[in-house]
Write a protein that binds this ligand. Structure first.
Ligand SMILES: NC(=O)C1=CN([C@@H]2O[C@H](COP(=O)(O)OP(=O)(O)OC[C@H]3O[C@@H](n4cnc5c(N)ncnc54)[C@H](O)[C@@H]3O)[C@@H](O)[C@H]2O)C=CC1
Ligand SMILES: NCC(=O)COP(=O)(O)O
Length: 335
């Protein structure tokens, strides 16, 4: 059960050789209306602060009170090997996953109201011999539930939200058509519809569903997933009261008139939906995992190894991820 008072967020610093620790330090200087506990190695954070010339007091220990700018509360978990910014080391893969496991456990046990994750490097975790395709799947395996990845941003010209959910997440492209099944789409759309209502307060969400093939299959002449799978499933779910448009050709689905009428889009695969979202709002967007028994938000970018410990970095997306987690946690609290 969520605790009374300000939401208490767990923030995992992600891949220690990436920009996650740097972003946590930048974020530390901002006022945030929450309790915030960073999970990571305090030594890594202190060294990174020195490298960047940032003055942040790292307070290692159990959770404290409201976040105070210039100070970070850190629940310490030591890295397994020394960390050099920009240089991945598979020996630290367990450390990275251990932080997520501790934070998820804390959410399930009610010590945290929400989990915010800084980016991890999927490749190095696999190099360590641990099959891993992303936080989304990893956290779902820990908590149960039916995860759906949703990225959200605000359109700068209209101020309207743009939300893009994915029917498939971290899947090689050649496996996508096989994964577009009635069962998967029913599950994803049911979770998306449910969470838009319950977590975002949209009473009757308008969801625009993209086709898989060029021109949404051109009536079956350019692929049959639309006619055989997507259209019949949408008809079934419309019969249950969902407001669904589609399947639409992906190339024109995001034109302004559609944007104005859609509370969310469902893309069939990662690189169909996310380039649009990131073009519209990279650095301000948030990745939210729907369908889980815990609240989890994340950044819209990766580990940016080229900028760890020194480059010009932007903590806008991490800040948005924290603010979204606060909103979602408040929404989930009893009044
Ligand atoms: N939530 C997560 O854990 C995510 C993890 N990743 C992982 O990150 C790793 C690297 O992915 P890439 O495709 O190289 O994407 P990336 O987002 O790390 O980098 C793409 C470009 O954006 C820049 N960039 C990214 N974030 C930035 C920031 N906050 N400030 C300034 N510049 C920034 C980088 O320097 C680079 O030029 C991969 O292993 C990927 O799987 C990617 C996305 C999300
Ligand atoms: N492109 C989104 C991404 O890679 C983040 O995935 P996850 O770690 O949130 O599952």
């Amino acid at each position: 059960m969520p605790m009374p008072g300000e939401p208490h967020l767990a923030l995992t610093y992600g891949e220690p050789a990436g920009i996650g620790p740097d972003l946590c330090l930048l974020l530390a200087h901002q006022p945030l209306p929450c309790r915030l506990t960073v999970l990571g190695d305090p030594g890594v954070l202190r060294r990174r602060a020195r490298q960047r010339g940032l003055e942040v007091t790292i307070h290692a220990g159990q959770a404290g009170g409201r976040h105070r700018p210039g100070r970070l509360q850190v629940l310490p978990q030591a890295a397994a090997a020394p960390v050099t910014p920009g240089r991945l080391n598979p020996v630290n893969a367990r450390h990275v996953l251990g932080l997520i496991e501790t934070a998820v456990r804390g959410c399930l046990e009610g010590r945290f109201d929400a989990l915010v994750t800084a980016p991890v490097h999927k490749g190095v975790i696999n190099e360590a011999g641990i099959p891993f395709s992303g936080h989304t799947e990893f956290i779902a395996a820990l908590t149960g539930g039916q995860p759906v990845m949703l990225l959200a941003t605000t359109l700068q010209d209209s101020g309207r939200p743009l939300r893009v959910a994915l029917a498939t997440t971290h899947l090689p492209l050649q496996e996508v058509p096989r994964a577009i099944t009635h069962e998967r789409l029913r599950r994803v759309l049911t979770v998306l519809h449910h969470d838009l209502r319950t977590r975002f307060g949209i009473q009757s969400p308008q969801i625009t569903v993209l086709g898989l093939n060029p021109h949404a299959g051109e009536g079956g002449h350019l692929g049959r997933e639309e006619t055989e799978v997507i259209e019949p499933l949408l008809a079934e779910l419309r019969g249950q009261g969902m407001q669904l448009t589609g399947p639409l050709p992906a190339d024109t689905a995001f034109l302004p008139e559609r944007l104005a009428r859609s509370d969310a889009f469902l893309a069939m695969y990662h690189d169909q939906g996310l380039p649009v979202l990131k073009f519209a709002g990279f650095g301000r967007a948030v990745n939210i995992t729907l369908g889980l028994p815990v609240i989890r938000t994340s950044v819209d970018h990766g580990t940016a190894l080229d900028k760890a410990g020194g480059g010009d970095i932007d903590c806008g997306s991490l800040r948005q991820a924290v603010l979204s987690a606060i909103d979602l946690a408040r929404h989930a609290r009893p009044a």
